[in-house]
Design a protein around this ligand. Structure first.
Ligand code: C2E
Ligand code: MG
Ligand code: MG
Ligand code: MG
Length: 284
């Protein structure tokens, strides 16, 4: 079905295995949500100029009782196809907002201002998504300034319904980040059509930055930084793994960055510890 309506694909035994695997994973995921096997880690977003923590991205983790750790790269696509992403995403949004309000209670003005939450296209298509966001924010004593929704380029080209939803969120004051920026089909025209506030340069471009290893990717990374500056958007570089990448990105004009070089996704308490006093910055 995925290859389009009017084509036939030979049904290989491997595909049957995949289908069975997906069906089983989907039903286990359903139980996981109910049983509370999901949790969130938070990857700090750093201000590359001051070295301070400027935000945090919520990343879901699934500790399966027998399979062990299941990567979101494996179960998020399954959740999207089965529709489970809707309750899963609702849980993520609620939990991330609850955590931000706990950090605010604990660290006061030192706490980050907003938390980043990944949102799948399926959620954006759900009627009532905008109301849900508003309700979750108010339930936790937060405002629209306190959450940044991360959407991918491919999800926003989905049609008028998604477009209306994004516009309504923008009207409400919720900031939108284009995730994995540069990997999609129509990056540039999208920026004029959608109310985007943040560009997150995809890790693949950051990977190509090391001493002229890949001039094409280097050029894209530099161009995205300039684009962000001209359009007055925040530029965030994803997946920074070494000091050389960090330095080059800073030179290019990236004000914000995430990556293992500064911090991996962390349990809430460890991420919070970076917000308080002296612990707040990485060795810039
Ligand atoms: P993403 O939103 O682009 O998140 C960035 C991914 O890169 C995360 O993987 C993060 O752990 C990883 N990463 C960050 N810094 C580095 C680095 O320096 N090196 C390397 N190698 N990786 C780095 P993760 O947590 O496995 O998530 C993968 C993807 O799954 C996310 O990509 C996002 O698309 C999706 N995802 C995760 N949590 C959620 C969620 O709650 N809802 C939705 N809809 N999608 C989610
Ligand atoms: Mg993201
Ligand atoms: Mg990304
Ligand atoms: Mg990604």
């Amino acid at each position: 079905k995925e290859s389009g309506k009017a084509s036939w694909v030979r049904f290989e035994p491997r595909m049957r295995q995949d289908m069975v695997h997906h069906a089983r994973l989907a039903s286990e995921l359903h139980n996981a949500i109910i049983r509370g096997e999901l949790r969130l880690l938070y990857q700090p977003v750093f201000d590359l100029v001051t070295g301070r923590v400027a935000g945090a991205e919520a990343l879901v983790r699934w500790q399966h009782p027998t399979r062990g750790f299941v990567s979101p790269a494996d179960f998020i696509p399954v959740a999207e196809r089965s529709g489970l992403i809707v309750p899963l995403g609702a849980w993520v949004l609620r939990e991330a907002c609850a955590q931000l309000s706990r950090w605010r209670a604990e660290f006061g003005p030192d706490a980050i201002e907003s938390v980043n939450v990944n949102v799948a296209v399926r959620q954006l298509r759900e009627t009532g998504f905008v109301d849900e966001v508003a309700a979750v924010l108010s339930d936790h004593g937060l405002t629209s300034r306190n959450v940044i929704l991360e959407v991918t380029e491919s999800s926003v080209v989905d049609g008028w319904q998604v477009r209306d939803t994004l516009e309504a969120l923008h009207e409400m004051g919720v900031h939108l980040a284009l995730d994995d920026f540069g990997t999609g089909q129509s990056s540039l025209s999208l920026l004029r059509q959608f109310p985007v506030d943040v560009l997150k340069l995809d890790k693949s471009f950051v990977d190509g930055i090391a001493s002229g290893a890949d001039r094409g990717r280097l050029a894209v990374a530099a161009a995205v930084a300039q684009l962000a500056e001209h359009l007055q958007l925040k530029a965030v570089a994803e997946g920074i793994e070494n000091e050389e990448q960090l330095d080059r990105l800073r030179e290019m004009g990236y004000r914000y960055g995430q990556g293992y070089f500064m911090a991996k996704p962390l349990p809430a308490a460890e991420c919070g510890a970076l917000m308080s006093g002296a612990g707040r910055s990485f060795a810039a």
